[in-house]
Write a protein that binds this ligand. Structure first.
Ligand code: NAP
Length: 260
């Protein structure tokens, strides 16, 4: 199959490209680095021409409305103009509809954009990737003290496994319309004190003293109450946070905490 992967130069999309190629497919990366800009539409229709399927894994944490959302809308419009029935598999975030955090709102908007476009589409929502868990659980530290947001827990997921599951969906049967796949999450949920202690142990430091910051406002309260956690019917798999951490450099590079 010829499969276009938006954001094929990114953390997730790059893995999807490698998995698809290893399975014998022609995977074509579409991002600014290869001349495709989802925020303007430049180069998009040309790369989609002749595609059997699309994985929409491009995203911007800074401008999600112009990349994630406008990108989804433009993919749908381009496929319709081309008369293509290509299956679009798009990555989203577990609990995106439960919180008003701008990135999460954008993920819901990008789901809706594909639904409105009327193309065969599968939305795959995943929990936070392991580096995000490291960021949320490990970064806010002042000397021996670290801060945790309310009672927030996180069930992070292995990016490699998410890439495999996206590849499974995009090479599987094409749905007749808009669908949502079973959500994806890693095997274990952690409170932020545990994540912080695991990172400290990995780095060979004493675990910090955790101070609970009370959630202020709806967004923080939502995270504290577990809006980011999967429901019981989730599909779990991939490496645990401990297994991922074990494979990282020691100490965990600061860039790892701030990458996303
Ligand atoms: N991180 C998480 O915990 C998590 C959890 C669930 C879902 N997700 C979703 O997973 C997706 C991928 O995340 P990631 O961590 O792989 O992100 P990433 O590493 O930051 O990659 C983003 C990709 O988007 C491309 N891109 C950015 N602006 C673009 C534009 N204007 N036009 C075309 N391409 C553009 C980038 O390539 P160029 O720079 O070459 O344009 C890059 O390939 C995102 O949609 C994110 O919301 C993330």
């Amino acid at each position: 199959m010829r499969i276009v992967v938006t954001g094929g130069s990114g953390d997730l999309g790059g893995r999807v490209v490698r998995v698809l190629r290893a399975r014998g497919h022609e995977a074509v990366s579409a991002s600014r680095r290869s001349g495709v800009d989802l925020s303007t539409g430049a180069g998009l229709e040309a790369v989609l021409d002749g595609a059997d399927a699309v994985v929409h894994a491009a995203g911007s944490y800074v401008k999600p409305q112009s990349v994630d959302v406008a990108g989804a809308r433009r993919i749908g419009e381009s496929l319709s103009r081309l008369g293509s029935a290509a299956h679009v598999v798009s990555i989203s975030i577990v609990g995106a509809d439960l919180t008003h955090y701008p990135l999460y709102r954008a993920k819901v908007d990008s789901e809706t954009a594909l639904e409105v476009a009327g193309v065969p589409a599968t939305i795959v929502r995943a929990t936070q990737f392991h580096p995000v868990a490291a960021l949320v659980g490990g970064a806010p530290r002042v000397g021996p003290v670290a801060f945790r947001l309310g009672d927030m827990r996180i069930q992070p997921v292995d990016i490699d496994w998410v890439a495999e599951r996206l590849a499974d969906h995009v090479t599987g049967p094409t749905p007749s319309g808009f669908t949502r796949a079973t959500d994806l999450a890693g095997p274990t949920a952690y409170d932020l004190s545990t994540i912080s202690a695991l990172i400290a142990a990995h780095d060979g430091r004493k675990p910090p003293r955790m101070v609970r910051v009370p959630p202020i406002g709806g967004v923080m309260r939502g995270f504290s109450e577990g809006n980011n956690l999967p429901r019981p019917d989730v599909e779990t798999g991939g490496k645990t946070f401990e297994e991922w951490l074990d494979a990282q450099p020691r100490p965990l590079p600061r860039a790892m905490h701030t990458a996303i």
